[in-house]
Design a protein around this ligand. Structure first.
Ligand SMILES: C[S@@+](CC[C@H](N)C(=O)[O-])C[C@H]1O[C@@H](n2cnc3c(N)ncnc32)[C@H](O)[C@@H]1O
Length: 266
């Protein structure tokens, strides 16, 4: 975690950062990025800010799209995430990706610096979303676009042999976010922050068999590392919960919705 920025909940330390990088290379999340890039509709020369750039996978894909005359900047509050993103800054045919340790609450760029701001799976961790949107609006040029994607954990359907334990583990996991249900209020907050919504879309993830190379298999590791000590969940509970899911084989079922919003700073 970066020294001068202060955040509660999940600590994006070196171990978790590597876990997230691995989960974000699964076909489920590669497909999610394809949907995000379609919504972004970047053109050569676009100047783009990625808020919460994470492992830099989206930033690298965007660099190829904006080309050498464009600009890709990424900020993040986690030094370990920035270290991983730093391995992806040189994309053939793209501009060098510029990375900085900074929070969405205080974006270190002058007004009207960007044509597009994108932030995927980040605002759900942000304490003051209205403040972050104020910052996004400030750094966007007039009529610039913001693209946000977040999970509503209320959309989760995850089959288990023990529904009561599953409910306790998921309640405990909600502690890792500032708002586990952000998407249901996000269109409203965007409008109140002066943005005009131009596109909205559900982006589902569906895994119908246990497979190590899926998003939800990686999520099992992240959840079981996080939940002990939260909402009364013990190490043993977390281990038994994870073992159960991994043993379900073809009976396994996981479904979760992300929500994508595109809005214009008119
Ligand atoms: C789940 S990861 C998503 C990473 C990336 N956006 C992606 O979709 O691949 C969340 C990222 O948001 C960063 N983050 C959390 N709160 C933040 C904040 N207030 N400002 C900037 N980054 C933040 C974390 O450090 C982490 O890298």
């Amino acid at each position: 975690m970066g020294g001068e920025v202060d955040v509660d909940g999940l600590q994006f330390d070196p171990g978790l950062s590597r876990q997230i990088e691995s989960v974000y290379t699964t076909p489920d999340v590669v497909e999610q990025r394809r949907v995000v890039r379609a919504a972004l509709a970047l053109r050569p020369g676009d100047r783009v800010l990625d808020v919460g750039v994470g492992p830099g996978l989206l930033a690298a894909e965007m660099a190829g799209e904006v080309g050498p005359d464009g600009r890709i900047c990424g900020i993040d509050i986690s030094e370990s995430m920035l270290a991983i993103a730093g391995t992806r800054t040189d994309v053939p045919g793209g501009p060098g990706i510029e990375l900085e340790l900074a929070s969405a609450a205080r974006i270190p760029h002058p007004a009207e610096s960007f044509d597009v701001v994108v932030s995927t799976q980040v605002f759900e961790y942000v304490d003051d979303v209205a403040r972050a949107l104020e910052e996004v609006r400030r750094v966007l040029r007039p009529a610039g676009r913001v693209v946000l994607l977040d999970t509503d954990w209320g959309s989760l359907v995850w089959r288990s042999s023990d529904d009561e334990r599953m409910a306790r583990v998921l309640t405990a996991f909600e502690d890792h976010l500032a708002d586990p249900h952000l998407p249901r209020t996000l269109a409203d907050v965007l409008a109140r922050s002066g943005f005009t919504l131009t596109h909205e879309q559900v982006v589902p993830i569906l895994n119908t068999a246990y497979d190590a190379r899926t998003y939800s298999a990686g999520l099992i590791d992240i959840v079981s590392d996080f939940v002990p000590g939260h909402a009364g969940v013990t190490e043993d509970d977390a281990r038994a919960w994870a073992d159960d899911l991994r043993s379900l084989g073809p009976s396994y079922f996981f479904s979760l919705n992300r929500y994508l919003f595109v809005a214009s700073a008119l």
